[in-house]
Design a protein around this ligand. Sequence first.
Ligand code: ZN
Ligand code: ZN
Length: 150
Amino acid sequence: MSTLLKEANRALNHSGGRMTAQRLLILQTLEALGSHPSAEEIYQAARAADPTLNLSTVYRTLRWLEKLDLVSAHHFHDGNHQDRYDPSPLESHYHFHCRGCGRIIEFNDEQIERIQSTFTAQTGCSVHEIGLVFYGLCPACQAAGESLNR
Ligand SMILES: [Zn+2]
Ligand SMILES: [Zn+2]
């Protein structure tokens, strides 16, 4: 069983809730889609397996998973104004968003944590979340753009 499923089951056992078939389906779809799907994309993919699924159930389940810290919502400036859901928020990481193909690449750099601790030391503020996104073109889109220009 995947970590996400295991953690969700554990949280449900704690709260006395239960794993419904639709919750399970949404979790599995979220994992299968991998890279940061939107609620709409999860809905479209999961509906193939269960046509009775509602978009509002998908949103409700995602909010529940967010509250449990099992997924995190990210907003990318990609023109469709939808949050994208990340099933691996446990390790902090940052994102590159390709403006060409929409691909999201995750990265991490301890320098960012260093900036955070310097800031915290200087201001006394506590930091709960860092929103950092790089926007640009991935190597494939750069190559495609170059061939278009030629
Ligand atoms: Zn991510
Ligand atoms: Zn690209």
